[in-house]
Unconditional design. Structure first.
Length: 136
């Protein structure tokens, strides 16, 4: 299973967003946290995607948690669609217990490791799209 929908191969806007997400994860501007898109201490890798998408859309909920388009732990639909992602937890493989960005972030993989994974998934999705187009 790919992190991205096949349509990303023909969606330069989504490709650019994904590349900006990778750059943001590598930038050192974000402190990594677990179990929430954002806390007062930082962001998880999915929260960084939200911040890349629309930085001004964060809102503090009455319980004190930060929310992005009403979500606190997984990606909202608008972000999924903009980045051409398949699932709200960033599933990238067949193993339900380990193959999602949410899980690897919360297990302690670094933002650099996650950025490398996203970049590999993006390039593979683009290459698959090019192969499909060449067969037509």
């Amino acid at each position: 299973m790919s992190l991205f929908h096949p349509e990303i191969a023909h969606d330069p806007g989504a490709q650019q967003l994904a590349r900006c997400w990778v750059a943001a994860l590598r930038s050192g501007r974000y402190r990594q946290v677990r179990e929430h898109l954002r806390t007062d201490l930082g962001h998880c890798c999915l929260g960084v995607a939200c911040d890349v998408f629309r930085p001004g859309r964060w809102r503090r909920r009455p319980d004190g948690d930060w929310a992005f388009l009403e979500e606190t732990a997984v990606l909202p639909l608008a972000v999924l669609e903009a980045f051409q992602l398949r699932t709200s937890d960033g599933r990238f493989g067949p193993h339900l217990e380990s193959d999602s960005l949410l899980i690897v972030n919360d297990a302690g993989q670094s933002f650099t490791w996650i950025a490398d994974l996203i970049e590999r998934q993006l390039e593979a999705a683009i290459a698959r799209g090019a192969r499909r187009a060449a067969r037509r």
